[in-house]
Design a protein around this ligand. Structure first.
Ligand SMILES: C[S@@+](CC[C@H](N)C(=O)[O-])C[C@H]1O[C@@H](n2cnc3c(N)ncnc32)[C@H](O)[C@@H]1O
Length: 322
């Protein structure tokens, strides 16, 4: 696993902070939280003790529901949040520290757990990032009498389509080279302001920025509201303000800010691409289902699931019992 891949997720968790749950659509009390709450209450009602792992847990949305359900039911649980990003686990530790919760940095494709280590193996929008082999390998982790439950990205589902819309806006920002053009404009303006260049290049540089912003706006309009449009909708006026007020700032700070924005666009686009690539289609889900059936799971269910009343199916709901 490339170090840069781990780093991109860690950067995400560090930058997203408390907003991370909004980004994954897992708002407290929302459809996903209710799904996990019902799941854990049901499972803990069936046993006195349970070892639980939340694979690619992020900040531990599913694990948090396990901890809450355990305290309601009195089921003795050991819960592990397992993620490739240390920063994600640090967020989980901050949001629900406690006895009985462990945090393990691990690639879900090479999870360091022994066969049958867990009664409940769960993942929400996580394990599929490690590929289909990771889903197949998860069969080994489930103890007899245990279950695997995943909520996973659905190819061409509502979330995947939203990601594609966001990506179109981010691609437009990159293709139009908007940030680079603003950088050139500000550089030109600083030289003109200092009397080191005549003003003739300024109009052309301003026009280049207007053209690029216009191209991005067209894509934003075509895609409609969404995270990508909101991001670009804040960035474009912020760059305009920066240009107008450039005299108040140090040239180096402006360059650093623009470079940070270029990096943020690239990272956001990368995340959208990896979400789209991770999404599971019908054929892949049939393969996963078969892998669980071959591994002696007595019941295996996989169904598309809606997360909001509008928008249609957004995720796979997968549940297999051994
Ligand atoms: C979209 S987030 C979902 C996080 C969390 N389960 C949730 O629903 O909020 C995907 C998570 O997968 C983690 N991840 C990506 N690839 C991984 C891998 N190969 N192994 C383990 N975790 C991975 C990322 O660090 C991130 O926390």
């Amino acid at each position: 696993m490339a170090e840069s891949y781990e780093k991109s997720w860690s950067d995400y968790w560090r930058d997203a902070g408390a907003d991370a749950q909004a980004i994954t659509g897992a708002e407290p009390g929302g459809a996903l939280a209710r799904y996990w709450r019902d799941f854990f209450l049901d499972e803990f009602g069936r046993r006195d003790a349970a070892r639980v792992v939340d694979l690619a847990s992020g900040a531990g949305v599913a694990a948090r529901e396990a901890v809450a359900a355990a305290s309601e039911t009195g089921c003795a649980t050991a819960v592990i949040c397992s993620d490739i990003s240390q920063d994600a686990l640090a967020q989980a530790a901050r949001s629900f520290p406690g006895p009985g919760v462990g945090y393990v940095v691990a690639d879900a494709g090479r999870a360091p757990y022994v066969a049958g280590a867990f009664d409940l193996v769960v993942s929400q929008f996580g394990i599929e990032y490690a590929g289909l082999d990771a889903l197949r390998a998860a069969t080994d982790l489930v103890a007899p009498g245990g279950a695997a439950a995943f909520v996973a990205h659905l190819a061409d589902g509502a979330i995947a389509r939203e990601c594609a819309g966001n990506l179109a806006v981010l691609d437009a920002l990159q293709d139009a080279e908007l940030v680079a053009r603003v950088e050139t404009l500000i550089d030109t303006a600083f030289r003109v302001d200092a009397g080191r260049a005549d003003a003739s290049g300024l109009a052309a540089a301003e026009q280049a920025v207007r053209d690029a912003a216009g191209r991005v706006s067209q894509v934003m309009e075509a895609q409609g509201p969404g995270g990508g449009a909101a991001f670009a909708g804040q960035l474009i006026p912020a760059m305009e303000t920066l240009y107008q007020r450039r005299a108040r700032y140090d040239r180096k700070d402006i360059a650093a800010w623009l470079s940070h924005q270029a990096g943020a666009i690239e990272a956001y686009a990368g995340r959208m691409r990896s979400m789209i690539e991770a999404a599971i289609d019908e054929t892949e889900m049939a393969e996963i289902r078969a892998a669980f059936q071959c591994a002696d799971f007595s019941s295996v269910e996989a169904e598309p699931m809606a997360l909001k009343p509008e928008g249609g199916p957004a995720a796979w709901r997968f549940l297999a019992r051994r």
